[in-house]
Design a protein around this ligand. Sequence first.
Ligand SMILES: Nc1ncnc2c1ncn2[C@@H]1O[C@H](COP(=O)(O)OP(=O)(O)OP(=O)(O)O)[C@@H](O)[C@H]1O
Ligand SMILES: [Mg+2]
Length: 380
Amino acid sequence: MPFTVLVVDDDADTRENLRDILELDGFHVEIAGTVADALLRDDWDRYGAVLLDRKLPDGTAEDLLPQLRRLIPAAPVIVITGSADVQATIAAFRLGAADYILKPINSDELRTRLGRIADHRRSQKALQERTEELRITTQQLWQAARLAGVGELAASIAHELNNPLGTISLRIEGLLSKTPSDDPRYKSLEIVGNEVERMAGLVSNLLQFSRASVDKVSTVDVCDEVRRTLELVEYHLRKQQIRVETEFALVVPVIYADRQQLRQVLLNLFTNAADAMPSGGRLTPRVRPSSLPGGVPAVAIEVTDSGVGIPSELLPRVSEPFFTTKPEGKGTGLGLAICRRIVQQHRGTLEVESRLGEGTTIRITFPIRSDSNVGGLHLG
Ligand SMILES: Nc1ncnc2c1ncn2[C@@H]1O[C@H](COP(=O)(O)OP(=O)(O)OP(=O)(O)O)[C@@H](O)[C@H]1O
Ligand SMILES: [Mg+2]
């Protein structure tokens, strides 16, 4: 942003001289001829300094100074004064002038003084920006730590739930085996049994997701992983009126990958898609054979939603760590960053396509063997 100087002087020649001198030094100059004219301005924040003639047709520097201090407290005001006006100059300092400069104006002196002010302002701004950056980063780290804490809590609760669920399940089985199938209680027991099984499934899924990944590479059936991850969010999707339509190719080769990490990627993508469709929509996960540059055999997973979409200017930023458009407490902005890291570790690719108001497709392509041409897969 250029440093803008407001010059308030009623003498047209002086004004134009000042403009020429200052513009040569890269300052941006605006001109006012009277007190009233000066006060007509808006957007006061853009001014970095004011050069103020002491005598103006409709007042003096002393009339204008208090208002300038109020409107632009951070911009220093330099009073242009004649050598005979010492008393008046002192009065101007009392009213908040930062400096004065004598007429006739020495251009080198003026440039030096303004240059110093501009440098000072710039370093002040940089300091402010850095403080703000630090504040934001601290807040993000805090949020990430809190999220990790929640994950741990969820895992420990899931763990605790496992045992009682096991007991209930056993008891129900026992009761069922002793109840004749035409007994009116049989149906109820069966329903309870099924529901307990569903809970156990959820708990074990939750445990798998929250357990720290051990970077284990094994053969993975991608379609199967998509199905299992969908199961985990099924309830959430249904509640939000989201219809799921999977499109799996008939034959999809297994890939060598870290199963936990693949699930984490899928979960993040499904969660993002759900967030993008707050009033319902369609989620289409697709899996098909594909290839990566150089003809490396691969499997592509696409997750398409019919949600709000991403503005094109934000597209390059969505997988930056901590980039989020979600309200505080809702998103940490880590989801896609984690996906990208995992995909890169598998030597795959992640692409985002989106149309505002129509929906988004995230395509990730995993090589079938991420270790095939690089001699060793390094995960973690
Ligand atoms: N399917 C999508 N539709 C629309 N916008 C999306 C979609 N996926 C991601 N985004 C945009 O990208 C941003 C970053 O996504 P990312 O998953 O990294 O973080 P988040 O969802 O905001 O938070 P977190 O995943 O950590 O809870 C989102 O805030 C959102 O603006
Ligand atoms: Mg997310």
